[in-house]
Every structure is written in C-alpha cells, then in structure tokens.
Design a protein around this ligand. Structure first.
Ligand SMILES: C[S@@+](CC[C@H](N)C(=O)[O-])C[C@H]1O[C@@H](n2cnc3c(N)ncnc32)[C@H](O)[C@@H]1O
Length: 245
C-alpha cells in the first residue's frame, strides 16, 4: 500500500482505468466478498421495497445477490465499462453511468441505497452522501461498507503468519490521504485506489445529509489464526433518512 498524489489522477478515473482488472478480480470468487464480507453486509440490509439503488456498483455482484433476495435494483457506477459489465452479465440488472456526487436519478425514488466498498473510493464523500440522501424519503435507509479507517491508517509489520504482529500507524490517523494498493491473488492482479478517511469524516458526511446511524458493525477475518481477526478490516453502517427534501 502506498500513497499517491491526488494531482496524479482522480479516484473516478483510476477506477475506470482498472475496470477490466476489477471485473476479473470481483468475479474470481476468491476475495472476502465471497468468503464472508458479502454475507455479513446482507445481514444489515432491510427486506426488499420499491427500489434499491446500488451506488458504486462495479460489475454488479452485490446487485445480483440482492435481486436473488427479491430486491428491484438499479446499479450506478461512474465507470462506463463497469456499468456495462453489470448490465450485460448473464444475470443482468439495469445500470446507469453516473457520478455518486451528481446522481442521475429522481429525488425520493428509492427506499434503500447500498454502497458496498465504494464510498472510500469516491472523490467527494460529502457530495456523494448528500446525493444518496436525496434519493431517500424519510425512513428509507442507506447501508454502506467501507475499508475500516483503522485498516487504511496503518499496516501490520512483520511476517504475514504472525498473528501477534504489531499494527503500526505512521503519520496521522486523522489526516486524509490517497493510496494505491497493488494486489495479486490466484494469478489475478488488481490495483485499488482509495482515500483514507478517519471515522469522523464518514460520520460528518452522514450527519450533514440528515442520515442517522442505526447500526454499526466492525468486520474482521473469521479465521481466528489470521492477524486480521484482531482488528477490523471493514466498517458496515446502516443509516436512516430523517429529512424530507
Ligand atoms: C471497490 S469497487 C466496489 C464495486 C462493488 N460495489 C463491489 O463490491 O463489487 C468501487 C467502485 O466505486 C466506483 N466509483 C468510484 N468513484 C465513483 C463515483 N464518484 N461515482 C460512482 N461510482 C464510483 C468504481 O468505479 C468502482 O466500481
């Protein structure tokens, strides 16, 4: 994991440039989504209603899981290639190309928005959460998962197998910074571009948008021998819309 200069590229462009790799990665079935993360997220999701909007939907794997549970889903992603991949999958879903911070959807159209592992990757968090809130009538919910701010603030030192390895934060937990992570698993390579934000940044964005948190989960590895069973990998939040716009 290493920092990159925000002048270099936007997160939106970086994700679009890595769209092909993301489709291969997300469909390889080897990452935490398939092992436990998707299931843990779905535990927070309310039953199907009128419309569920998936923000930063990628190639559509969460939307397909929600459709299988009876949700009517519209996928939104800023990458044309990824929105096309969601729409053209054998289990297709309606998909729209759009920036989460300027959503091309009717205000109040949804009773549920989901943002699975996308809000740490948007350039404008406050703008995106405000736009999402605009889709939701009072009582409607946003369910979101992000890289846990503790995870993106530091790293384990020492051998991967060492369950007791120290976790070290160099620099400031409180300062936002952009980083890229070059990953490789089972011969599939992927470069992630994200922004580290402290917990307060997510709380602030929700507060500004009139979204009140009603559930929080800190998600760890399930294997007790893994060092990531000691610290949270992911943060899951569910929030309820309190405002009528
Ligand atoms: C880690 S991927 C997650 C994809 C999907 N939710 C999943 O878990 O399979 C992050 C996604 O956010 C999308 N994204 C980044 N910035 C965005 C923005 N401003 N508006 C909409 N989508 C965005 C990327 O194109 C990418 O598909």
């Amino acid at each position: 994991m290493r920092d990159f200069d925000p002048e270099e590229t936007t997160l939106r462009r970086a994700w679009d440039e890595n769209a092909g790799a993301w489709v291969r990665w997300a469909r390889a079935g080897h990452d935490s989504f398939w092992r436990f993360h998707g299931r843990r997220f779905l535990e927070l999701v309310p039953p199907p209603g009128r419309l569920t909007v998936d923000i930063g939907a990628g190639e559509g794997r969460l939307g397909r899981a929600l459709i299988s549970q009876g949700h009517r889903v519209v996928a939104v992603d800023s990458s044309f290639a990824l929105a096309s991949a969601a729409a053209s999958h054998a289990g297709p879903q309606p998909a729209v190309v759009g920036n989460a911070a300027a959503l091309p959807l009717r205000p109040g159209c949804a009773d549920l928005a989901v943002a699975f592992m996308s809000l740490q990757d948007v350039d404008d968090l406050v703008g995106a959460v405000s736009e999402v809130a605009g889709l939701l009538a009072p009582g409607a919910r946003l369910c979101m998962a992000v890289v846990h701010p503790l995870n993106s603030a530091g790293r384990f030192e020492g051998e991967r197998e060492d369950r007791e390895a120290p976790f070290v934060i160099r620099g400031s937990y409180l300062a936002t910074h952009r980083y890229r992570d070059d990953a490789e698993r089972d011969g599939v390579a992927m470069t992630f571009h994200s922004e580290h934000r402290p917990l307060e940044a997510y709380g602030w964005a929700l507060e500004q948008a009139g979204l009140a948190i009603d559930a929080i989960r800190e998600v760890t590895e399930e294997d007790p021998t893994d060092r990531w069973s000691r610290l949270p990998l992911f943060l899951h939040l569910r929030a309820v819309a309190t405002r009528s716009e």
